[in-house]
Design a binder for this molecule. Structure first.
Ligand SMILES: *Cc1c(COP(=O)(O)O)cnc(C)c1O
Length: 217
């Protein structure tokens, strides 16, 4: 496992950008990875993890959490509205708030529970028809609608289009977050997390570079 190597690269990217050590949270993306690898990462001190599937997380995380009380699990996959209740019980953060119907559901759950996971609004910076996320032109209205429901997203998240230079997407996301006074920026994966850190990421989501290739679903 190359968790140590990724941590070193992350720290070097922070230093190169003149940013404070510790100002980025590394999410180890553990979807579909064998439990033994997740356990090894926990034992090596890794505490923030990214998961894509509610069902898989429900099977896998309660036992790990019993052993590692300060572990945090971040939902980074598409979230169906009918799984929102389970999701708010399972996850410390949801990075994929991508539509009004999900915001409404999360707002109701937050009211009933008196608490809510940290929320990131997913922005479809590439305006790809097949990809989830709020379109850049709709972000102002969406954030206002969230506030009107008493939801306070703490940041923005994006997944740049495959095969394109991610830099303009990361820059656009950082600009939009600054305009809204949002401090969180969830961007950067195995292939581009150092660039994302140079452009202001606060949360990078690194899977295969830590755990190796994923078994297919
Ligand atoms: C799977 C996934 C990642 C991790 O991808 P790697 O290329 O393995 O680092 C990051 N972000 C999201 C949204 C993902 O679904």
């Amino acid at each position: 496992m190359s968790l140590i190597e990724i941590r070193m690269r992350l720290d070097a990217a922070l230093a190169a950008a003149g940013r404070a050590q510790g100002s980025v949270t590394l999410l180890a993306v553990s979807k579909l990875q064998p439990d033994a690898k997740v356990l090894a990462a926990l034992q090596a001190g890794q505490r923030d993890f990214g998961e894509n599937y509610v069902q898989e997380s429900a099977t896998k995380w309660p036992a790990f959490r019993d052993q590692f009380l300060d572990a945090k699990v971040h939902m980074i996959g598409p979230l169906q509205t009918n799984k929102a209740k389970q999701a708010v019980e399972l996850f410390d953060a949801i990075h994929t708030l991508d539509r009004a119907s999900l915001a409404e559901k999360l707002a109701k759950l937050a009211q009933a529970r008196g608490q809510c996971p940290a929320l990131f609004v997913q922005v479809n910076t590439g305006e790809e028809p097949q990809k989830a996320g709020i379109l850049p032109a709709g972000l102002d209205d969406f954030v206002k609608a969230c506030h009107a429901m008493d939801l306070r997203p703490q940041g923005l998240m994006c997944i740049p289009p495959d095969g394109q230079d991610p830099a303009p997407h990361f820059t656009m996301l950082a600009d939009m977050a600054a305009r809204h006074g949002l401090s969180g920026l969830s961007m950067g994966m195995s292939s581009d997390f150092e660039l994302a850190i140079a452009l202001g990421a606060t949360h990078v989501r690194v899977g295969s570079a830590i755990f190796g290739a994923r078994p297919s679903a």
